[in-house]
Design a protein around this ligand. Structure first.
Ligand code: ADP
Ligand code: MG
Length: 233
């Protein structure tokens, strides 16, 4: 299980007041739980994910995963943790355009097991509806298919935790729902915990629980306020 305690990160730019991007966050995410983290642009969502991924060091507080203090890892340990225990899905599908679909999906596994990587990732690509596309170049895929390829890459190492930062931000409503439904189904099947960052109130419907971030602090999620914010955006 993931536990955040008193987590804070302030950005200092020149002389002025620091930006309190993450400002004292306590949060638990259980094994296999899908938590949607909702919040407007600038509320600190991406900074929070960077702290959990050990890509950024907090000013205060701790991140632990299954009792292991992530915020105390060395650079090398953190790199290993990201490779083995974490999956990432970001807004932009960062594919290698000249490589085939299956080669893209096998990239993380390839580091530990170059010969077995493609065989191991294949069932996951099939589960994600890309079974007919394995040998195609990744740049021939549609946006929705590229996002599914990124999900395959994220889940390929059987991580404990998936961090998804607005994973459907570049998709239309219909595609966005399909991708979110698939992402949440596959995480549930595999008991993978997921922190799904979004500013789309619709996305919250796929979660077990919703938390809201405002100015770097967690607050109770208010679906009505979220719906109004969405309509006036
Ligand atoms: N590297 C950085 N340096 C300085 N300020 C930053 C940096 N990254 C983010 N911020 C600021 O921190 C706040 C939170 O940003 P971010 O975590 O990206 O929020 P969100 O993902 O919710 O849009 C914003 O005010 C943003 O401008
Ligand atoms: Mg962000």
């Amino acid at each position: 299980m993931l536990a955040l305690r008193g987590l804070a990160k302030h950005y200092r730019l020149g002389e002025g007041e620091p930006v309190r991007a993450v400002d004292g966050v306590d949060l638990d995410v259980a094994d296999g739980e899908l938590l949607a983290l909702y919040g407007p642009s600038g509320s600190g969502k991406s900074t929070l994910l960077l702290l959990i991924a050990a890509l950024l060091r907090p000013d205060r507080g701790t991140v632990t995963l299954d009792g292991r203090e992530i915020t105390a890892l060395t650079e090398e340990q953190a790199a290993r943790y990201r490779l083995a225990d974490l999956g990432f899905v970001s807004q932009k599908a960062e594919i290698l355009p000249g490589a085939r679909v299956i080669e893209n999906a096998a990239l993380k596994l390839w580091i530990a097991d170059p010969r077995g990587a493609e065989r191991r990732v294949r069932p996951l690509l099939e589960r994600l509806g890309l079974g007919e596309r394995l040998r195609q170049r990744a740049d021939t895929l549609s946006l929705g298919e590229r996002q599914r390829l990124m999900i395959a890459l994220a889940l390929s190492t059987e991580p404990k935790l998936v961090l998804a930062d607005e994973p459907t931000g570049s998709l239309d409503t219909q595609r966005s729902r399909e991708v979110l439904a698939l992402l949440s189904e596959v995480c549930r099947e595999r008991s993978v915990a997921m922190l799904l960052v979004t500013h789309d109130p619709e996305a919250a419907a796929f979660a077990d629980r919703v938390a809201e971030l405002r100015d770097g602090r967690l607050t109770d999620y208010d679906p009505d306020r979220a719906a109004i914010a969405q309509r006036t955006a």
